[in-house]
Design a binder for this molecule. Sequence first.
Ligand code: HEC
Ligand code: HEC
Ligand code: HEC
Ligand code: HEC
Length: 156
Amino acid sequence: MKGTHRFGIAAAIVLGLVFVAGAIYAGTTVPDVIKMETPAYEKRTKGIVEFSHKKHFTEYGATCGDCHHDENGQPLTDLKEGDDVQSCITCHKETVLDKADRKMPKEEKIAKYHNEAIHANCIGCHKEHNKENKLGRKDPKAAPTSCTQCHPKKKK
Ligand code: HEC
Ligand code: HEC
Ligand code: HEC
Ligand code: HEC
């Protein structure tokens, strides 16, 4: 009996370590508001975006598949809370646009660069939403499309 118990504890510790290691690039739990601070960025030029993850699918009408997709870019339409979800940086691996890639076609930039993918996703939907609802850029009800509406001014 005692032996099995001890084995159980050891197994739990190992599983715990595996879980922590896995959480760097994927995760099943997510706060209602995500501080978008992807560790891969060596230096950061903009203030940290506070992303109201939960409100997006409970109040703003977005579905999981609008933002999360598989390795072929196909929307994960049947994703549920608690599922293991990969971070965007797992596939959109590079951070800041390399000078050599400046003339790369837009789709290739998005596939390669994290902030290009993020901006296309977030700002793309926000622009569509504002257009459909005839909300001007400065309308207080408009979804944010300008830099400082998402990135707060950096503290000096
Ligand atoms: C409007 C876009 C959007 C919608 C809608 C959305 N998510 Fe997310 N979700 C994100 C972003 C962005 C992240 C942060 C990913 C990162 O850090 O790379 C995230 C993170 C997560 C994480 C944590 C992953 C980790 O790396 O720890 C989980 C789990 C998750 N989402 C599940 C869901 C589920 C389930 C739904 C639908 C009920 C959903 N999301 C809807 C954009 C969205
Ligand atoms: C499992 C790998 C993987 C993950 C994780 C991933 N992507 Fe993608 N993404 C892709 C692939 C593959 C494509 C398609 C590229 C192509 O068609 O050239 C794509 C395309 C896109 C596009 C352009 C097409 C479209 O749907 O508008 C955007 C924007 C995008 N991803 C944003 C994101 C965001 C934001 C996240 C995190 C919430 C994310 N991706 C997570 C693999 C991934
Ligand atoms: C599928 C559509 C869609 C996508 C994708 C999306 N949003 Fe939004 N977002 C909305 C809508 C709609 C609103 C406006 C809701 C309202 O005020 O009525 C909004 C509002 C916001 C707001 C202001 C209100 C608040 O809750 O803070 C922020 C900030 C925001 N989005 C950040 C993001 C970020 C960051 C991403 C990408 C990681 C993102 N959004 C992706 C639809 C989207
Ligand atoms: C809808 C919200 C939104 C808007 C609007 C937006 N961004 Fe971002 N931006 C993000 C998110 C989310 C990230 C990802 C941060 C992370 O995951 O670490 C990001 C990342 C970045 C990064 C890389 C990280 C850093 O701090 O160096 C830069 C640079 C950047 N944005 C510049 C801009 C500029 C310039 C504009 C205006 C033209 C802009 N962004 C508009 C949400 C937004």
